[in-house]
Design a protein around this ligand. Structure first.
Ligand code: NAD
Length: 298
């Protein structure tokens, strides 16, 4: 049985922590929200009296926070940074989606103090977090990756070693930029087909099994009614929010700028999702991006 400190029990962190409890580990949890803590404690975790208490005796510390500033503030900021309170040999796994620069910076501060800090952002959404089927994209050295693997395997199925520290965040930014492009492109093609008299289900099936087949057409069709279980058939509720996709696209564009990479498609997708969020759709599932096309057509 491992001692695990878990910080950030939101939509993703909550179910991830529960899976660690179910696997028989001792999980001490902390969140700024008391109600978030209470629901995980009900599932068998122990409430920490403070964030320091959550990590003091932990073999592994896992964080699942909104953005880079929260991760930096937690581990290296303030009067009592968390890095001052870790047990020797503890491995810190940050699974938040943050900018690669902050991930690298926090990891190098950690390394200078003899602390192991790795980035391990995830893909798979709340459904994957609950089912324990997430994909982890890990930025770590091989020793740290090996150490993290058994713990990550409790919460996920595909555990990828992307490269050194920061690489997990770079892989995540690339993946989500492509996902946004694919969802936008799929929406664009479906809308044009329907505007020209085709049935959305028929066209979806043609493209799914032809050379345009992609993940959106396989499991996440954006057109209402094509896939009964997709968010599109449930008023775009649940799933992966437009606001989170916008955040990930901003991270991708930052990466593109800093590395002088041409990303014209990523920029178009970023603008499209940004406009969609600004029109009050931030809490809808990201496949609702098809509404931007339907609007243009109407
Ligand atoms: P969320 O907003 O539901 O949860 C974040 C939690 O962190 C909240 O409970 C908040 O109270 C807590 N928190 C914030 N600052 C804290 C601090 N200093 N100390 C302790 N707790 C603190 O967010 P989420 O949907 O769980 O996402 C978490 C991360 O995972 C984000 O980086 C997001 O981009 C990423 N992600 C989310 C999804 C998804 O589908 N929701 C999918 C993949 C990746």
């Amino acid at each position: 049985m491992l001692n695990i400190g878990f910080i950030g029990l939101g939509n993703m962190g909550g179910p991830m922590a529960i899976n660690l409890v179910k696997a028989g580990h001792s999980v001490k949890v902390f969140d700024l929200s008391e109600s978030a803590v209470a629901s995980i404690v009900q599932a068998g975790a122990t409430a920490a009296s403070s964030v320091i208490d959550a990590v003091a005796n932990a073999d592994f510390v896992i964080s699942m926070l909104p953005a880079g500033k929260h991760v930096e503030g937690l581990y290296v900021g303030g009067d009592s940074p968390l890095f001052d309170h870790l047990k020797a040999g503890a491995l810190v796994i940050d699974s938040s989606t943050i900018d690669a620069k902050t991930a690298k910076n926090v990891a190098s501060i950690a390394a200078a103090r003899g602390i192991d800090f790795i980035d391990a952002p995830v893909s798979g959404g709340v459904g994957g977090a609950t089912a324990g089927t997430l994909s982890f994209m890990v930025g770590a050295n091989s020793q740290q990756f090996k150490q993290a693997q058994p713990v990550l395997e409790i919460m996920g199925v595909n555990i990828f070693h992307a490269g050194v520290q920061g690489s997990g965040q770079i892989a995540k930014a690339c993946n989500n930029m492509l996902l946004a492009i694919l969802m936008s492109g799929t929406s664009e093609a479906l809308n044009m087909g329907v505007n020209n008299g085709l049935d959305a289900k028929v066209l979806s099936e043609i493209m799914r099994l032809s050379s345009a087949g992609n993940w959106a057409l396989e499991v996440y069709n954006p057109y209402p009614g094509v896939m009964p279980k997709a968010p599109a058939s449930n008023q775009y509720q649940g799933g992966f929010q437009v606001d989170l996709m916008s955040k990930d696209l901003a991270l991708a564009m930052d990466l593109s700028e800093k590395s002088h990479s041409a990303t014209p498609m990523g920029e178009r997708a970023r603008d499209l999702f940004k406009a969609h969020a600004e029109q009050g759709n931030g809490s809808l599932d990201f496949s609702s991006i098809i509404q931007q096309y339907q609007k243009i057509g109407s």
